[in-house]
Ligand binder design. Structure first.
Ligand code: 2NL
Length: 338
């Protein structure tokens, strides 16, 4: 057997290497070194066999084949042993602290809106919604705001193109309701409105409004006063006082503003109420005949009242927020307080 390797010795070497492989990667390295198709050491021996003279070819070929079989079996056995000792699931560490639940909350404007919706719901008002992109008919014409009216100045509105603008009040939704339904109508329309005001602590160019409308035979100014006074007591507290003062709007006649006794000083007079003891919270009035005619209602048959208020402003008063911009900054340090 001169010139041929000692197959027995090789066998001992490779089996020892297989048993020493500590993981799947080390085992694969051993397999490639010995049985690899290009440069495997056993593969090289097998290639030698056909060239040997006949007396040596038989015994050597048999020995190499037995070596290959033994190595293949030992590789499989070692692989099975490694897999069996690797845990399939990582254990659970019962001493680890649990994950803290982040509890969300509603935005203060959403909270205020929902509270208003709930209060008016008890008085029989239904919530209606409509588009924020509006036409001049629903935003102005139907509300008795003529073309020359200063409210229609292009500089005081966000026009998107000719005759199309972002709504400046949610009355547009109530006009749409009256166009499609016969009286009685008792609805509130909360939602976003847009005006190009200079932004400061008291003004944002996007804010939220809640308008209400009750149209039915026999609705009077006394209904307006009692509904709105009830709302003020439910929203701000049972001790709040209300006061109505004549005003003017193109879409109501007569018109009024409602004031509540100052929530900060209780009516004694402070900076928030400019030392008057009263804070204006909404505008209201009996729906003007022109508005009824525009939507096809008969002003000789039905009467109704309407009102509009800024939700953001009520929320500032109720929660003591001094700057409207805080509502829209999305600063969690602010929002977490509600
Ligand atoms: C204010 C004043 C007001 C209305 C809104 C209204 C709606 C229809 C018909 C008649 Cl469909 N009126 N809405 C009436 C009076 C006042 O809002 O100061 N808002 C912040």
């Amino acid at each position: 057997m001169e010139g041929l390797p000692d197959v027995q010795a090789l066998c001992r070497e490779v089996l020892a290497r297989i048993d020493a492989a500590a993981d799947a990667a080390a085992l694969e390295a051993v397999r490639i070194e010995w049985l690899g198709r290009k440069a495997g050491r056993i593969t090289a021996l097998m290639k030698q066999i056909p060239a040997l003279p006949p007396p040596e070819r038989g015994p050597f070929g048999q020995a190499v084949n037995e070596l290959k079989t033994a190595v293949t079996e030992q590789l499989a056995a070692r692989q099975a042993a490694l897999e069996a000792s690797t845990p399939k699931h990582l254990g659970v560490d019962v001493t680890m602290p649990g994950r803290r639940l982040e509890i969300g909350r509603l935005h203060p404007i959403t909270q205020a809106t929902r509270e208003m919706v709930e209060i008016f719901g008890r008085l029989g008002f239904e919530v209606v919604e409509g588009p924020e992109v509006e036409d001049e008919w629903h935003n102005f014409v139907g509300l008795n705001i003529p073309p020359e009216h200063p409210a229609r100045d292009p500089l005081d509105n966000y026009y998107l193109k000719d005759h199309v603008l972002l709504r400046t009040q949610t009355s547009t939704v109530q006009i749409r309701v009256m166009e499609h339904r016969k009286p009685p109508v008792r609805v509130i329309a909360p939602g976003r409105v847009y005006r190009p005001d200079t932004v400061d602590a008291g003004h944002s160019n996007m804010f939220h409004q809640l308008e209400g409308l009750w149209v039915e035979e026999g609705v009077t100014f006394a209904d307006l006063k009692s509904v709105l006074a009830m709302f003020a007591r439910a929203f701000f507290g049972p001790t709040v006082k209300t006061r109505f003062q004549p005003s003017y709007f193109p879409f109501t006649e007569p018109s009024a503003e409602m004031y509540v006794s100052c929530l900060l000083c209780g009516g004694a007079g402070c900076a928030a109420c400019k030392r008057t003891g009263w804070i204006e919270i909404l505008g209201c009035g009996m729906v003007a005949p022109n508005v009824f005619e525009a939507v096809g209602y008969d002003p000789e048959k039905v009467t109704g009242f309407a009102f509009g208020m800024g939700i953001d402003r009520q929320a500032m008063l109720k929660y003591g927020v001094r700057d409207i911009r805080l509502f829209f900054d999305n600063d969690l340090r602010f929002l977490r307080q509600f």
